[in-house]
Design a protein. Structure first.
Length: 314
């Protein structure tokens, strides 16, 4: 692999993903539980969200739940597995580009996920991973902002700064999913401001600005928006609270957090800031949010060449 080639597979950054896939492929549930039970809450949730497409996984997890209906880990994994299957049918296209047949299949499988997660939440209401998944089903089934907020509030009682759930609610609050810019910006500021310094959560600020930037019609509007004093100040302050903070920890999700800041600073044409993040990332990168700017590998290589002269060729 050439130096600084962007590695977009999250399993490269987080070896536990490969470990979990391996034990699930072997249908070794005790080993899977041990790996997940010893993970930190955010890491556990992210591992549960990993897309494992191995054949027969749904049947295996349903068998685990048949033996132990109170196993919330199996319930959360089953829910996320069905969520991935549902979105595979729907695709990530905007609603007006999704066919009636795709929507029907999407809703059918997503309802299966919702049913599994309702049962898991009733048995183990304090498991954050279950509520994170239920935020996704609420969005896909169009249950409304009030229901999504209710689910998030239930989760926040047990885990007030649970980053994976905050990312899910941020999407729900965007206009493309029936929210408003006022609501989503307010939530991002409140969640980022309440989290401890050095935590991942401050990335919600550049994430919501990228969403808003991407929703604008013209190049000139996008430039004016992202380079306004308010947006710039918020992004730099968020970086100081997270990726540039001395207490920033490379916990599960750190690659996508640094990649998000790097993408926004690239759009702001702040190459020293981009260089600092590419240097910290090494060969790692996440597909999102670079996919907002074009083909991720191509875009990252282009910005590496600009920010790190002599070391950016892919």
């Amino acid at each position: 692999m050439p130096p600084h080639h962007p590695v977009l597979d999250p399993a490269v950054a987080y070896p536990k993903i490969t470990q979990l896939r391996s034990v699930l492929d072997a249908r070794d549930w005790p080993a899977a539980r041990k790996l997940l039970d010893t993970a930190e809450p955010i890491e556990r949730d992210c591992l549960i969200q990993d897309r494992d497409e191995s054949a027969g996984l749904e049947e295996f997890l349903r068998g685990v739940l048949l033996e132990d209906p109170d196993d919330s880990t199996a319930g959360a994994l089953l829910g996320q597995h069905l969520i991935h299957a549902a979105w595979e049918i729907r695709t990530s296209q905007r609603a007006n580009k999704v066919s009636r047949e795709q929507f029907a299949g999407f809703r059918r499988v997503l309802l299966q996920a919702e049913i599994a997660l309702i049962d898991a939440a009733a048995r183990t209401p304090g498991d954050p991973a279950i509520w994170t998944a239920r935020l996704t089903t609420a969005r896909g089934l169009q249950l409304g902002l009030s229901e999504a907020r209710r689910r998030y509030d239930r989760l926040a009682e047990a885990a007030p700064h649970h980053f994976p759930a905050q990312r899910q609610l941020l999407q729900e609050l965007c206009p493309k999913w029936r929210g408003t810019w006022e609501k989503v910006h307010t939530f991002a500021r409140e969640a980022a401001g309440a989290a401890p310094p050095g935590a991942l959560n401050a990335v919600l600020i550049p994430e919501v600005h990228l969403e808003h930037w991407g929703d604008l019609d013209s190049h000139s509007e996008r430039q004016a928006y992202l380079r306004s004093d308010q947006v710039r100040n918020e992004v730099y302050e968020a970086a100081r609270r997270s990726v540039w903070h001395p207490d920033f920890r490379r916990t599960h999700g750190w690659v996508s957090v640094m990649s998000t800041f790097a993408a926004v600073f690239a759009l702001l044409d702040d190459m020293p800031a981009v260089a600092s993040l590419f240097t910290a990332l090494g060969d790692l990168a996440s597909e999102r949010p670079w996919s907002y700017l074009g083909d991720p590998a191509t875009v990252i290589s282009q910005y590496r060449a600009r920010a790190l002269p002599g070391g950016g060729a892919a």
